[in-house]
Design a protein. Structure first.
Length: 350
């Protein structure tokens, strides 16, 4: 036996493989450790991003879609506090006007509103944005408008209108609004047609994605697919626009209290819109929990930890992650159907 072991260890090929395995292990350990340290530095050590590089307090404008409620409203409020005038885009004009008045009183900035039904892919929508923004120095676009399923549902049972609305709102509208606003950003920062830009002024495009577009999400298949698309598209246009002076960031979130998520209570893993947007703007341009991804940020601390942990253990595309989501969404659907039944029964009683 000792002789066999000696022959085994004397084999140069085997020794070479052992050294190679050791080297790979060391590289993996080093990169994982550096990734973790980078996330910690982003979250707790580095200072907040200075928005003067995007032209804060210089009369520049930010365009925010889905601006009348929740996360979109918070982007509008917090960008206004950072010194940007804001164009608020959403479906209900009366809500937009109320938010606009609040922001004007709060931050002493200018506002404009565009009533825009994102579920309708019609030229009038985009013409309205063009008309409202054509004379404005715009440096920031926040593509926040979005729609999910009313409850978890299998793909084959998904209502066709709901499916079409999700794709139109989350993807088609986002692409077309970006095509309208990006040339205005390029013009503002002086990069249009390759001319030299104003020193220190860059543009910024923020695209809101979701953990449903990070991990495969059975029973939210159409919504998840629409958010997967945004991640790939965001990274692609980030490569195109960065040399022209525009930073593109795809923002990933887990649950946030909002009308769309139907979650009302905050917790360690569920921030409110104010907390989530503050984390996003503090670290925009950094990876935080999305250390392995280009032009992507998972900004909220507990979300960042979840993203990093899954990415560095079982993997975001693993069967384990898929099964966890499937089990969770089946449970949510059961509870949602029970609630729907109770509401229907109470309605009949009255």
């Amino acid at each position: 036996m000792l002789c066999a072991f000696s022959e085994f260890t004397d084999n140069k090929v085997v020794i070479g493989l052992l050294y190679a395995a050791l080297a790979v292990g060391c590289i993996k350990l080093t990169t994982t450790t550096l990734s973790l340290l980078s996330m910690v530095f982003d979250l707790y050590v580095l200072p907040s991003v200075d928005f003067s590089k995007y032209g804060a307090h210089k009369g520049n404008w930010a365009v925010i879609t889905g601006a009348s409620d929740g996360i979109g409203k918070e982007y509008s409020r917090q960008l206004a506090k950072k010194g940007f005038n804001v164009v608020l885009v959403s479906r209900t004009k009366s809500k937009l006007q109320t938010v606009a008045k609040e922001i004007e009183a709060e931050s002493k900035v200018e506002t404009r509103v565009v009533a825009f039904d994102a579920s309708k892919d019609v030229s009038e929508n985009y013409e309205a944005i063009k008309e409202t923004t054509k004379d404005l120095p715009i440096t920031i676009l926040v593509n926040n408008v979005g729609k999910s399923h009313s409850m978890p549902v299998s793909f084959l049972e998904t209502d066709e209108k709901e499916m079409n609305d999700i794709i139109t709102i989350n993807d088609i509208t986002t692409l077309k609004v970006t095509r309208v606003v990006t040339p205005l950003i390029l013009h503002t920062i002086g990069k249009s047609k390759g001319t030299k830009g104003t020193r220190g002024t860059r543009g910024l495009i923020i695209n809101m994605s979701s953990f449903s577009g990070l991990f495969p999400s059975p029973m939210l298949a159409t919504y998840a697919g629409s958010k997967f698309f945004l991640q790939g598209w965001s990274a692609a246009i980030a490569g195109e626009l960065k040399p022209q002076g525009i930073d593109v960031e795809c923002v990933l979130s887990y649950l946030v209290t909002s009308a769309m998520s139907k979650v009302r209570r905050t917790s360690a893993t569920v921030p409110n819109p104010k907390q989530f947007v503050a984390s996003t703007l503090r670290n925009i341009g950094r990876r935080v929990g999305a250390q392995e991804r280009f032009a992507t940020i998972t900004p909220y601390p507990s979300h960042a930890a979840m993203h990093w942990m899954v990415a560095n253990t079982v993997g975001v595309f693993s069967k384990v992650a898929n099964n966890i989501n499937l089990t969770m969404h089946k449970s949510i659907r059961v509870r949602a159907l029970r609630k729907q039944k109770r509401i229907a029964e109470n309605t009949l009683k009255h």
